[in-house]
Design a protein around this ligand. Structure first.
Ligand code: NAP
Ligand code: GCO
Length: 268
């Protein structure tokens, strides 16, 4: 008996991915285009977004750019209206744009703290609020927030990022409660350590090995390893899944003893 995979199709859907010019967002966009969606590539830089669109179209997908800063809160309704006018509908929002500032508390002042919170948390709410309008009107939608292992854990030196990602988990649950009656699901994906520009400063340092030792799968992941989870959550296959955080972290957050994953302890 063949498996019915049509429930994972995104044919006919329109997906807006924030921060999709590169990294994890670009991987999400490429995968959703392969699943049949028209992907709307948001980024700060027109050149970056248009390059991403061209790559997706060259691979046979459909894409359009949407150049705006997710913290331009007063502009988001108009940006969403432009997308719905151009694409005809809006089915999926991937709240992916994010930044990270690594610094000890004494070097992490309020301006830096506020900037991380603005992009990684406030904009997640603002984008969800703007996109919920057309989704509620059509009686169906998918909102997927990019979280982190830092949604449920922490480490020194990334305090604003930890606060923001914990907040994204709360937003995911609150938005799920608010939008569930309108058949709009809201979930979060919690990546572990992924090989993108965000980590370029720690790759090649001792930290790279520290991550490997605390990850049961003993490696960093490629952005593409997150996309199956995104497709699932965006598709009809997840029609009754909402308010959830799905960790895609190689087992890191289940490694509760926080010891080196290869260290099996003294043999009894
Ligand atoms: P990245 O390579 O630095 O890409 C971040 C993307 O967000 C870029 O396209 C960037 O645009 C965009 N962006 C930043 N500020 C923006 C703004 N104000 N408005 C619109 N777009 C903005 O990072 P990444 O690793 O792909 O991270 C993507 C998401 O995954 C983030 O939410 C991050 O917290 C999360 N995450 C990453 C990891 C990891 O290990 N890499 C793990 C867990 C979670 P520009 O290209 O114009 O700068
Ligand atoms: C760091 C890393 C992490 C990852 C990610 C882990 O410096 O600890 O950059 O924050 O980006 O969020 O899930």
């Amino acid at each position: 008996m063949s498996v019915d995979t049509s429930q994972f199709s995104l044919e006919g859907r329109v997906a807006l991915i924030s921060g999709a010019g590169r990294g994890i967002g670009l991987a999400f966009a490429q995968a959703m285009a392969r699943a049949g969606a028209l992907v709307v590539i948001n980024d700060l830089l027109r050149e970056t977004a248009e390059e991403a669109c061209h790559a997706i179209e060259a691979a046979g997908g459909r894409a359009m750019p949407a150049i705006f800063d997710v913290t331009d809160f007063g502009e988001l309704d108009a940006q969403v209206d432009n997308i719905v006018t151009a694409a005809g509908r809006l089915d999926i929002l991937m709240n992916n744009a994010g930044i990270l500032i690594r610094a000890p508390i004494e070097d992490h002042g309020m301006a830096d703290f506020a900037r991380v919170i603005d992009i990684n948390l406030n904009a997640v709410y603002a984008m969800a609020r703007a996109c919920a309008r057309p989704m509620k009107a059509q009686g169906k939608g998918r909102i997927i927030n990019t979280g982190s292992v830092m949604s449920i854990s922490s480490r020194p030196g990334v305090i604003s990022y930890v606060a923001a990602k914990h907040g994204v988990l709360g937003l995911t649950r609150g938005l799920a409660a608010e939008l569930g009656p309108h058949n709009v699901t809201v979930n979060s994906i919690g990546p572990g350590y992924i090989l993108t520009e965000m980590n370029r400063h720690v790759l090649g340092t001792d930290f790279e090995q520290v991550v490997i030792e605390r990850t049961p799968m003993a490696r960093w992941a490629a952005p593409e390893e997150l996309t199956g989870t995104a497709i699932f959550l965006a598709s009809d296959a997840a029609s009754f899944v909402t308010g959830q955080l799905l960790m895609v972290d190689g087992g890191m957050t289940s490694n509760s003893l926080l010891v080196e994953s290869q260290n099996l302890g003294a043999s009894s």
